[in-house]
Ligand binder design. Sequence first.
Ligand SMILES: NC(=O)c1ccc[n+]([C@@H]2O[C@H](COP(=O)([O-])OP(=O)(O)OC[C@H]3O[C@@H](n4cnc5c(N)ncnc54)[C@H](OP(=O)(O)O)[C@@H]3O)[C@@H](O)[C@H]2O)c1
Length: 241
Amino acid sequence: MELDGAVVIVTGASSGIGAATARLAAAQGAVVVLAARRADRLTALAAQLPGSLALPTDMRDPDAIARLVQTTLERHGRVDVLINNAGQGLHVPVEQIDLEDLRAVTELNFYGPLLAMQAVIPAMRRQGRGVIVNVSSATTRMVLPGVGGYSATKAALNMLSDVARAELAADGIVVSVVYPSVTATEFHQSLRAGGRAGGFGDGRIEPQSAESVAEAIVAIIRSGDPEVVLAPSWGGAVTQR
Ligand SMILES: NC(=O)c1ccc[n+]([C@@H]2O[C@H](COP(=O)([O-])OP(=O)(O)OC[C@H]3O[C@@H](n4cnc5c(N)ncnc54)[C@H](OP(=O)(O)O)[C@@H]3O)[C@@H](O)[C@H]2O)c1
């Protein structure tokens, strides 16, 4: 899928990877629809990206997700790309996972992307083409103590994505997964619970930039590859799967 003229929904567009991806997609000619909760940030970003639309959306709210896609279709008549990027960490040992916290991050990291996919699939099928990129985490490709709750929600998203890719191929809809490793964003300051895990922040792991992850997302929209794993140099600190 080429981005020039494509209508692209980016969730979690108010900071970090989502904002960088929205900027890059817009620079390549995409018409971007920006979704997240912080309306002020979305409005400020939209002002810099011609033709873009800021739609404040809580991705834990099924009705809000339906409205996001409906408004996009009313405004632009189509949706070519959905980037399910909104997400939050839950970085505590398994023994300490609070069920309410796990429920909250599951709603955001797993149910939200599922509902967004379900909302765009009918339109993409009618169009005969579409791309869905789900942003997972490299933590699901290793055994990293302290992130079990978060990784479990992303591992669920991985499987959902792989199955959707197989189910939707005949409709011309491509589903891809991007696996960032530790990235310099607000992510580690806005965890649902817990702190940095597995050597993050102690100098053993060099964080990636949000812009480099955005480049990987845009590249996979173009290529249609099933996945890209943005592996860090771990210094042998964790077990790779
Ligand atoms: N940073 C890393 O080290 C890292 C590594 C691997 C994977 N990832 C994944 O990359 C994705 C982007 O994270 P990031 O690093 O860019 O972190 P970030 O800067 O904290 O961005 C997270 C985004 O998610 C949005 N969000 C949070 N809760 C939301 C809700 N209920 N409804 C709608 N949007 C919501 C936030 O916007 P609002 O607060 O305005 O709603 C924000 O735009 C996430 O899925 C994350 O799991 C990050």
